[in-house]
Design a protein around this ligand. Sequence first.
Ligand code: IMP
Length: 194
Amino acid sequence: MNELWIATSNKGKLVEFKTLLNNSNFLFKSPAELKTYYSPEETGKTFEENARIKAKSLNSVKSDCWVIGEDSGLVVDGLEGYPGIFSARYAGDNAGDSENVAKVLKMLGLRSPQNRKAKMVSCIVAISPSGEEYVCEGTVEGEISKKVSGSEGFGYDVCFIPEGESKTFAELGMAFKNKTSHRARAIFKLKEVL
Ligand code: IMP
């Protein structure tokens, strides 16, 4: 079976990738299985640039397989697009999900309590065994809740209400998220190129 390497150490993301790609003919692998792999610094200015950095870095050690890099995050209107590409480290380099979420709720309460519009973005860069590159992007519009609710998913799922709903992704659950999320939309496009 062909290997598909997913350049992430985020367990929540990895579970979603494996679920959403599950009917494809690949054996999923991630850098945690490599003894000597160090994740590259995310020095890009866009989701796409950072996804490319991740994909190219893993491709440099796994060039004979499909490799995908994904960069994703939460873009909040009332915070001028932040946390954006800084979503994983919005409250500091060692901050966890709950601290990042708390900062978004606090900053939005201070800066833009009425306009809570936001979107989640996922950009995937896939590199084929012959070196061709494909870019697949997905977004989901929504808004930031006033308080955290729900227990499923990861990251900002506890404070993101997708458009047309009144509950957060974390309350709506994984089956719902995997049908409608930014990552599901990006992976839908990815499946067409794999
Ligand atoms: P990355 O691993 O550098 O792409 O960082 C992505 C960060 O964006 C994660 O650590 C989360 O904070 C946030 N994020 C990305 N996708 C999701 C999602 O599906 N739900 C909630 N938060 C997400």
